[in-house]
Ligand binder design. Structure first.
Ligand code: SAM
Ligand code: SF4
Length: 338
């Protein structure tokens, strides 16, 4: 039996059946969102269905993170839906910062409410930040997200950069043919000049994506849209997780690529995901989640849960590498958190 209060060095880390050390947990704080991104948010029926889900409370979220912290997870990322809509987000960050072993606390946000919550989040212990931004053109931004919110997002981004609290503020851009691919060069230049680390993300086939095959654009094609003098230099490559990021001489920012389709990274995947309804997900593209929150609610101790989770991930359910183009399973991004 794992004793959460015991010496952490004696507790074996979470290792799955492919020998991957699972040290990174993403948690969806809510499935609600103040944006309506056409590739993510879903139909009225979807929204009605997810509205009925019973979501984790902030105490339950922190308890479950304690379980994972005891098993060697050292990095957590809060996501959603829009995580800043969770009224307890600052308290959750503060409570996570007190969990032994958790060194990195990250947030992935659409940035709309970022400026107003930023200083409290930093004080509470937030030390990693990703902001999603698919367009620098106000009208197009509005078409993609359903909200005329570009000025607010840019203000949030600048405030985060100028706070000095984050080594680098990251920007996530999903590139879609015929939607924002014409902006790739501009986005790269903007990020390099303004000191952000912008990662171009290949559009993935998820439950609510429409016309995926038509809109998907490969990393090679994305790269070809970046001006020659700003082309990523392979000599300046750094790689952290699925992102491959490049410095370009003479600029403070960086650009990178996350290419789940054309450059699969399953063999080095170190992440687990906790959905907003408290189900643990091993792989974004496998339909095999486990209802952890019901176990917690049934009175299972955190020690017992840790024991269960450790044995669970070592089993073959999590063994197969994702081959999402063929698996047919399509995750719902706003409940899982991307
Ligand atoms: N609302 C927050 C946000 O937008 O940053 C957090 C949740 S959102 C689901 C997390 C990330 O998933 C965003 O960067 C979003 O662009 C990305 N995402 C959603 N659907 C996607 C898709 N089909 N392909 C690639 N990325 C996707
Ligand atoms: Fe909301 Fe993020 Fe999905 Fe856009 S991508 S609808 S901001 S959860």
């Amino acid at each position: 039996m794992v004793d959460i209060s015991s010496d952490r060095s004696k507790i074996p880390a979470l290792v799955d059946a492919l020998d991957r050390k699972l040290t990174y947990l993403r948690i969806s704080l809510t499935d609600k969102c103040n944006f309506r991104c056409f590739y993510c948010y879903g139909s009225a029926q979807e929204i009605e269905r997810t509205a009925k889900l019973s979501l984790m409370s902030s105490t339950e979220i922190v308890d479950l993170i304690k379980v994972f912290g005891s098993l060697g997870v050292n990095k957590v990322r809060l996501t959603g839906g829009e995580p800043l809509l969770n009224p307890s987000v600052v308290d959750i960050v503060r409570n996570i910062s007190e969990i032994p072993g958790i060194k990195q606390i990250g947030l992935t946000t659409n940035g709309f409410l970022l400026k107003e919550k930023l200083s409290e989040l930093i004080k509470a212990g937030l030390n990693r930040l990703n902001v999603s931004l698919d367009s620098l053109e106000r009208e197009k931004f509005c078409e993609v997200t359903g909200v005329d919110g570009l000025p607010q997002v840019l203000e949030g981004l600048r405030a985060a950069r100028d706070s000095g609290a984050f080594q680098r503020v990251k920007v996530n851009t999903v590139v879609m043919r015929g939607v924002n691919d014409s902006e790739v060069g501009n986005l790269a230049k903007w990020s390099l000049e303004n000191g952000f680390e912008l990662r171009f993300i290949e559009y993935m086939p998820t439950r609510n994506t429409l016309n995926h095959a038509k809109k998907h654009i490969s990393e090679a094609d994305i790269r070809s849209k970046i001006d020659l003098e700003l082309q990523p230099d392979i000599g300046n490559l750094t790689s952290a997780g699925p992102a491959r990021t490049y410095k370009v001489d003479g600029y403070p920012g960086r650009i990178g690529f996350i290419s789940a389709l054309s450059q699969k990274f399953c063999e080095s995947c170190n992440r687990l995901r906790l959905k907003a309804d408290g189900r643990l997900v091993g792989c974004l593209f496998r339909d095999n989640s486990v209802d952890l929150i019901s176990m917690l609610r049934s009175g299972m101790s955190l020690d017992d849960l840790a024991y269960f989770v450790r044995n669970l991930v070592a089993k073959p359910e999590f063994k197969d590498e994702a081959d999402f183009t063929e698996s047919g399973f399509r995750p719902e991004m706003k409940t899982i958190g991307g």
